[in-house]
Design a protein around this ligand. Structure first.
Ligand code: PA5
Length: 443
């Protein structure tokens, strides 16, 4: 289903470094499975393809109920509580669609007043439901959005009907959202204790919105299950090992930036999901690759110049989809006024593939190597497979780097300042201190 091609890494990885890293990856893999490494309490995602199977029916039933009665599902969440679902829906639904499937709209993943005000107007004429998702149940952005859109829903359909249209996905007992859901009697799904936000796309966090969008979540879990079997081998040929080895070898040589590259715009949010997964898992203790992304050929007309000739500190991880779901050939014209007849008879995807080939060679020659991950196609099964590939790769890579890939202590710093500035109860001393500091800074 998936192959990791290191042809375009060129001369950048020597055998000795490669062997040393493969050995460390094998040790990390063993430690991850045995639970002897930091973050050991958060390994539940390893087994989600099996543990989620019994929940699929309930998720599908709730999804069907929401889809039958509504035009729109609002998914309220941030970080790991929205990116996986957004990635799947963008990657697996047609670009343009006139079908009557539920429209899924995300909110609560920022604090834009304009976005929320526009959305409020848009929803006035729509029948909508809400899936509010927060593992901690206390995150400010989704809590704020939930307050706004719950009020709108109640105003539109009344409290009793709103109760039927709200589903909360949260911790089994902790947090304000759990309390609120119980008090109001909402349908709920539990986020397992041992699965962190960014590893949670294959729980109800991702699966409910994905199912609501009409995507086959059973196939997605089956793909992940296949991956769990395929990658459970200690071998330098294991595609996960090859990827983790290559990215760490490049990092050790001063390639400090990893750019996720795709040639299919549908993967834009997959790259956002990937960025969160790796950025939040590895960027700590003053270590870790800086994670970025680009969509080609679009960004070859913006970032392309820098990648070819700018500072030599980056490499690419290219996800190539071997077979597009749809393709067609270029026609011939008698006048050939656009001089494009040399392409006639060629499929559009074949042109895209030649663009990729040319870019890979050019970037390698320019000192920007590429790891290429070839995946057969992009359907629900392959999506699940790819998710598992990157989750395992991320956990192993974090352990090779000797960081805990399952925590995110650095995320708290902005929150503390924001709460102090907003004068949240309990932050009185910090409020005084930050105001003093700002007064000084501003002169
Ligand atoms: O990966 C993570 O744990 C985070 O990115 C969380 O998903 C994010 O902060 C949202 O947290 P919560 O689901 O508790 O609202």
């Amino acid at each position: 289903m998936l192959k990791v091609d290191l042809t375009y890494v060129g001369q950048h990885i020597d055998e000795k470094a490669g062997n040393r890293l493969i050995k460390r990856i094998g040790e990390a893999h063993k430690g991850l499975k045995e639970g002897s490494l930091p973050g050991n309490a958060f390994r539940g995602w390893l087994d989600l393809p099996n543990t989620m199977e019994p929940e699929v029916d309930k998720i599908q039933t709730v999804a069907k109920r929401l889809a039958e009665k509504n035009d729109v599902l609002l998914v309220i969440g941030i970080g790991g509580s929205y990116l996986g679902a957004k990635a799947a829906i963008e990657a697996l639904r047609p670009y343009f669609s006139t079908d009557k499937k539920l429209e899924v709209i995300f909110v609560g993943n920022h604090i834009s007043s304009e976005y929320m005000a526009d959305l409020r107007d848009y929803l006035k004429e729509k029948s909508f439901a809400i899936n509010v998702i927060s593992k901690s149940g206390t995150t400010t952005e989704p809590a704020l959005a939930f307050r706004v859109f719950k009020a709108l829903l109640e105003e539109k359909v009344g409290e009793d009907e709103a109760r039927q249209r709200i589903v909360a996905t949260t911790d089994k007992e902790k947090g304000a959202l759990r309390q609120l859901a119980e008090e109001k009697g909402y349908d709920t799904f539990v986020i397992p204790d041992d699965v962190g936000g960014r590893y949670s796309v294959l729980t109800a966090v991702g699966l409910l919105p994905i199912a609501c969008a009409g995507i086959d979540i059973d196939a997605m879990l089956k793909g992940a299950k296949q991956a769990a079997v395929d990658f459970d081998v200690v071998s330098e040929d294991n595609p996960v090992y090859r990827y983790v080895m290559a990215r760490n070898a490049l990092y050790e040589q001063g390639k400090k930036i990893e750019m996720f590259v795709h040639y299919e715009p549908k993967l834009q949010y997959f790259s956002e999901w990937w960025k969160q997964l790796f950025g939040e898992s590895e960027g700590k203790d003053n270590k870790g690759l800086f994670i970025s992304s680009a969509g080609f050929t679009t960004d070859l007309h913006s970032l392309g110049q820098y990648i070819q000739e700018g500072e030599r500190h980056l490499f690419e991880t290219v996800v190539n989809i071997n077979e597009p779901l749809r393709d067609f050939t270029v026609s011939k014209t008698d006048e050939n006024l656009d001089n494009l007849n040399y392409l006639s008879g060629m499929s559009v995807d074949a042109i895209n593939k030649q663009a990729m080939q040319g870019t890979l060679l050019a970037h390698m020659d320019g000192g920007a190597p590429s790891i290429v991950i070839n995946i057969e196609r992009m359907d629900a099964r392959h999506f699940g497979y790819l998710v598992y590939f990157f989750e395992l790769g991320c956990a192993l890579s974090g352990h090779v780097l000797e960081v805990n890939p399952f925590n995110q202590p650095g995320v708290e710093a902005y929150k503390e300042n924001m709460f102090a500035l907003l004068e949240k109860p309990g932050f009185e001393d910090k409020t005084k201190a930050i105001k003093k500091r700002l007064k000084k800074t501003r002169g």
